[in-house]
Structure formats: structure tokens, C-alpha cells
Design a protein around this ligand. Structure first.
Ligand code: NAD
Length: 474
């Protein structure tokens, strides 16, 4: 584990609690000086990130390839360009976001005026994950900086090339008295979590989310938890089949090989329609990845041997192995699994119990499309829920009946790129949200300020005149 630029601590090899404590103290000193609060500081750091994104695109793409075999175009579309647009939005809107918001006052406080003043929280911690290791590190950091905080980023050790690149680039481009990277795994993260932070944004599994929240509770630190879950896609038989198939493929296999928190985890469709959907998916998958997807350069690999073994275990369960209608091939050396479809998967199969996070798509078949509600509701609330249909009533019912972090009708995944929408989960899929203005708000305290004048001091004088106390008069 390494930390970027901390000369006073460089002689220490291990990043332990003592080092973490000194790091936070150091950043708090800078934060307390007031430097991060200014518009100028925020803009300078955001501009530095924009410059870094311009100048280091090649290095970022290479690191993502090393960690995940992520194709160049996919790396650009799903990570680099998203970070760029997040940064340019913050630069464009920051002045507006920082403005106090006027609010009406009531007769009780007349005469008075009131406003909500956004203020930075202090020193914040961002713990990120490996599947979009660049974007899911930089996007929260952009939010934290926009809101005027000092920030420590802890990237995932499971994507080491990107983690190390982030440490180097942040050291090179950003103000190291206020923005630092700590690389490492559980010991380093635990040392960080023992410290008092003013906010923690954690992206990853619900299991570790619980550890993060418990650590934060000791200091009453608020948390944003960006977790996962099983994201369903309900497909009604009235859809445009080819477009539906393409969009599901783009939101599953073409998106980091299904290793995405909002990728389609499973499909629910009518029994009699399922074979048609499978045929369309097969046909379109060939268009995306060719006849031999195991050789395709357009599909990311599985991140690690552990994840590979977990996925193979799901695939080889007796309950599902004889229901594979496409794919199933795997290459342990290359950490690749072919796009796989399992038709008519039983509800009690392991693959229906946990988030898949890989290129396997189970299809659950139902007699009536309305049966989807009980299936989805039998699982924890997902981070995203998808529906493909032309039926307006079904759309309305779905929005009304299904609770999920986000929802997208007639497509998959791309709601994440709609910057006006908050991104976050509900219950097991997370709490709090970010992206754009929501990031700014999540990393700010909205302070209520009421201004009164000494004029027309009616309340007390009315009370006194009547010979009663102030409390009685009120
Ligand atoms: P993870 O929880 O294992 O790891 C994430 C981070 O937590 C890493 O930085 C890691 O070093 C740290 N960590 C791991 N174990 C720890 C421990 N015991 N104590 C302290 N820190 C620890 O998660 P993962 O496997 O990297 O990610 C997969 C999950 O993340 C999936 O559920 C996925 O849906 C979810 N995810 C959510 C989003 C989102 O935006 N909501 C995005 C990507 C992934």
C-alpha cells in the first residue's frame, strides 16, 4: 500500500491507524484554513481534473485494459467521457450551486428574511470499487471538491493498475494539501474507517456497506452507500424485439461483461414469448461479439480468479446447468466467460439468490406479466428496475408498484448518464445519492439562516403591554 505525497510520514511503511490519523489531521488543518471553501480553489481543482482527463486519456484507457480487459471504446464511453461531463457540468454550474437559496418566511418571524446556505462538510472519505474503477473514484471526488471539501480517495485493490494510476495522477495534478489517495485493501481501509470523517461515500457490496456504516456510526458520520442488487428487466411481448434485444445486450454484456451495479441481472418474460426473445438475443449478440465471443476484443474479462470461480459455481449448479440455451463456455486462463443465457431458471437456484455481476442472464418465465411483481418484491429492493413494453398501463403500474433506486422504461443502464437524475439505491441497494447537483448537495450541509432586524419588535412589546410574559403572549 502506498499513499501519495505525505513527506512527513514517508519513513513509515505500513498505512496503519497512526498514519491515517496524521493524514486526516493534516487535511483538517488545510480545510480549517478555509482554502477549500473559495470558489477559486474549487474551480482550480476541477480545471486540473479536466486537464488530467484531456492529457491522460491513453494512460487511463491502458490501466482499465490491464485491470478488466476493458475495450477502448467502452472505457471511453462508460468511464472517461462520464467523468469529463461530470467535471464540465460542475465547472459550468458551480457558481449557481454555491448561491444561497432564498426562502419565504412566515408571519411569526415578520419582518425577516431567510436563506439556505450550502457549506462544505469538512474532510470526506471516498471508498470506491473495481468495476468502473476510474469513474466511480473520480465522480464522487468531483462532487466532494465542488462542495468545497478536503477529500481522501481509497480506490479498490482489485483494480490495481487504475488504483496506482489514480494515486499518481492525483498527486501530479491536484492540490495535495487537501486531496489525497490512499491505496490498499482491508487493513488500510479499516485504518481509514477508524478516523472521524465528515462524510463517507462508499461504493461496493452491501456486506462491506454494513462495516462502513457501523464504523461511521461511532463518530456520527453520515454515509452515502452506493450498493448493488439484482436488477430485473421485465419484457412484455408487445415490444420492438430487435431494439429490446440490442438494448439489453448493451446494458449487460457490452457493459463490463455484466460486472456493473445496474446491469440487467435477470429477465422476466411470458412463457410463450421467451423463445422469441432468446432468438433475438442470440442474433444480436452475434452482431455485437461475432460468432466466437470468447475471442471477441469487444468484451471485458472477469476481474479476478475469485470472481471467475464464483460465476462458474453459479453456472454449474445442477438446477441451471441443463437450462443453458446459449454460451456457458469459460476460459480460466483468460478469465473469460461467454455471454450465457439460462432459460426457465427456477426461483430457488443460487443464481436467483445473489447479484450475478457477470455475463450470465437467467430468464424467468411467467404465465402473466403481472406475476413479475411478486418475483421482484420477493428480493431486496434493486438499484435499478427495467421494463420493456408499449403498454401505457403496464408502465404506470410498474412505476407505481416497484420500489428501486432508479427505473428505466424501454432501455437499460443509460439512466445513469442522465445528469439531472439522482443516482443511488434504496434499502439494500443503498442510501443517499450523487451525480451533478445531487453530488454537490450530498457533500454540503444546507444551513438554515434567518435574518431579523431590530425594527417592529412587536411580539415582545405586545406581550409586555398586556402584562403577560413573552411565552404567554405566544
Ligand atoms: P467490496 O465491498 O468488496 O469492495 C469495495 C471497497 O471496499 C474496496 O475499496 C475494498 O478495498 C473495500 N473493502 C472490502 N472489504 C472490506 C472490509 N472488510 N473492510 C473495509 N473495507 C473493505 O465490493 P466489490 O466486490 O468491489 O463490489 C461489488 C458490489 O459493488 C456489487 O454489489 C455492486 O453492485 C456494487 N456496486 C455498486 C455501485 C453503485 O454505484 N451503486 C457501483 C459499482 C458496484
Amino acid at each position: 500500500a502506498t499513499i501519495s505525497v505525505m513527506p512527513e510520514l514517508e519513513e513509515k511503511q505500513v498505512f496503519d491507524g497512526e498514519k491515517a490519523n496524521l493524514l486526516v489531521k493534516d487535511l483538517r488543518k488545510s480545510f480549517d484554513s478555509g482554502m477549500t471553501k473559495s470558489y477559486g480553489w474549487r474551480v482550480s481543482q476541477l480545471e486540473a481534473i479536466a486537464k488530467m482527463l484531456e492529457e491522460k486519456e491513453k494512460e487511463i484507457t491502458e490501466a482499465l485494459y490491464k485491470d478488466l480487459g476493458k475495450p477502448r471504446l467502452e472505457a471511453f464511453i462508460t468511464e472517461i467521457s462520464q467523468a469529463k461531463s461530470s467535471c464540465s457540468e460542475a465547472l459550468k454550474e458551480l457558481k449557481e450551486w454555491m448561491k444561497p437559496e432564498k426562502v419565504n418566511t412566515s408571519i411569526t418571524t415578520y419582518p425577516s428574511s431567510a436563506e439556505i446556505v450550502p457549506e462544505p462538510l469538512g474532510v470526506v472519505l471516498v471508498i470506491s470499487t473495481w468495476n468502473f474503477p476510474f469513474l466511480l473514484s473520480m465522480d464522487p471526488v468531483i462532487g466532494a471538491i465542488s462542495a468545497g471539501n478536503a477529500v481522501v480517495l481509497k480506490p479498490s485493490e482489485i483494480s490495481p493498475a487504475t488504483s496506482s494510476l489514480l494515486a499518481n495522477l492525483i498527486e501530479q495534478y491536484l492540490d495535495n494539501s487537501t486531496i489525497r489517495v490512499v491505496e490498499g485493501a482491508i487493513p488500510e481501509t479499516s485504518a481509514l474507517l477508524d478516523q472521524k470523517w465528515d462524510k463517507i461515500l462508499y461504493t461496493g457490496s452491501a456486506r462491506v456497506g454494513r462495516i462502513v456504516m457501523a464504523a461511521a456510526a461511532k463518530h456520527l458520520t453520515p454515509v452515502i452507500l452506493e450498493l448493488g442488487g439484482k436488477c430485473p428487466a421485465v419484457v412484455e411481448s408487445d415490444v420492438n424485439l430487435q431494439v429490446t434485444a440490442r438494448r439489453i445486450i448493451a446494458g449487460k454484456w457490452a457493459c463490463n461483461s455484466g460486472q456493473a451495479c445496474i446491469s440487467v441481472d435477470y429477465i422476466i418474460t411470458r412463457k410463450e414469448f421467451a423463445p422469441k426473445l432468446v432468438d433475438a438475443l442470440k442474433e444480436e449478440l452475434e452482431q455485437f461479439f461475432g460468432k466466437d465471443p470468447m475471442e471477441s476484443k469487444d468484451m471485458s474479462r472477469i476481474v479476478s480468479p475469485n470472481q471467475f470461480a464464483r460465476l462458474v459455481n453459479l453456472l454449474d449448479e445442477d438446477k441451471v446447468s441443463d437450462k443453458i440455451v446459449l454460451g456457458g463456455q469459460r476460459d480460466e486462463k483468460k478469465l473469460k466467460i461467454a455471454p450465457t443465457i439460462i432459460l426457465g431458471v427456477p426461483e430457488d437456484a443460487m443464481i436467483m439468490q445473489e447479484e450475478i455481476f457477470g455475463p450470465i442472464m437467467p430468464i424467468v418465465t411467467v404465465d402473466n406479466i403481472e406475476d413479475c411483481y411478486s418475483i421482484i418484491k420477493s428480493k431486496p429492493k434493486p438499484l435499478a428496475a427495467y421494463l420493456f413494453t408499449n403498454n401505457e398501463q403496464l408502465k404506470k403500474d410498474y412505476v407505481d408498484k416497484i420500489s428501486s433506486g432508479g427505473m428505466l422504461i424501454n432501455d437499460a443502464v443509460i439512466h445513469v448518464a442522465t445528469r439531472g437524475l439522482p443516482f443511488g439505491g434504496v434499502e439494500e441497494s443503498g442510501m443517499g445519492c450523487y451525480h451533478g447537483k445531487f453530488s454537490f448537495d450530498s457533500f454540503s450541509h444546507r444551513k438554515s439562516v434567518l435574518y431579523r432586524s431590530f425594527d417592529a419588535d412587536s411580539t415582545i412589546s405586545v406581550g409586555r403591554r398586556k402584562g403577560r410574559s413573552f411565552q404567554e403572549a405566544n
